[in-house]
Design a protein. Structure first.
Length: 209
């Protein structure tokens, strides 16, 4: 099955994954504040790709990839009209040096992990946390591998998010390793056990223990 995927944040992660999605047969819309600047990226991705504003990509996609600087979440949420029912793939990480320490204090006070904090801004959406533990160069190099696929650890808020995320991963040559719901995703955050690991599904499961 193929999906219409809106890419919210078309940098290293969003751009790399968007090209993979288009190659796999999904239809993709790359977005930014200046969508005309993304035309070369869309051309490189092929005929399944186009460009638009963030609002247009949010309307276009039945699946949205969130791959922008973490602190921009409130701004992005205002641009994503009616997120209920959509599948959101959260590929973001919180870096205090970039995003400020106030957000870390807020998450700690509310008892929320990064993925839970982002999900709170998109009520009614089916949210998966994935692609945040792998550098974009690994995502670029290991897609569509003919050998043992690289594993992508992920969490999901519900069965819908899990089902769609696993299908998309398989379509681009990765194998998903389910961590549990969003409350179980700390292990894939920066400086945690799975962060930066490029490994097979069996190796990831051993690390999880």
């Amino acid at each position: 099955m193929t999906y219409k995927i809106g890419i919210i944040g078309s940098g290293n992660i969003g751009g790399t994954l968007g090209k993979h999605f288009a190659k796999a047969g999904h239809t993709v819309m790359f977005s930014s504040r200046n969508p005309h600047e993304l035309q070369p990226l869309a051309q490189a991705a092929g005929p399944n790709a186009q460009v638009g504003t963030v609002e247009e990509a949010a309307q276009f996609g039945e699946v949205l990839l969130l791959a922008y600087p973490f602190a921009k979440t409130p701004e992005v949420a205002r641009q994503v009209v009616a997120p209920a029912g959509k599948v959101l793939i959260d590929a973001n990480n919180y870096y205090p040096s970039r995003d400020g320490t106030a957000l870390g204090k807020e998450m700690q006070e509310k008892g929320l992990l990064e993925s839970e904090w982002i999900a709170s801004y998109f009520p009614g959406a089916h949210v998966a946390k994935a692609f945040n533990s792998i550098q974009y160069k690994g995502l670029a190099a290991r897609a569509f591998d003919e050998g043992v696929p690289m594993a992508i650890p992920f969490g999901a808020s519900d069965e819908k998010a899990r089902e769609v995320l696993e299908a998309i991963l398989a379509s681009i040559g990765f194998e998903g390793v389910y961590l549990g719901d969003l409350s179980q995703t700390k292990i894939s955050q920066p400086n945690e056990k799975l962060y930066g690991r490029q490994a097979s599904a069996d190796e990831i499961r051993q690390l999880i223990g």
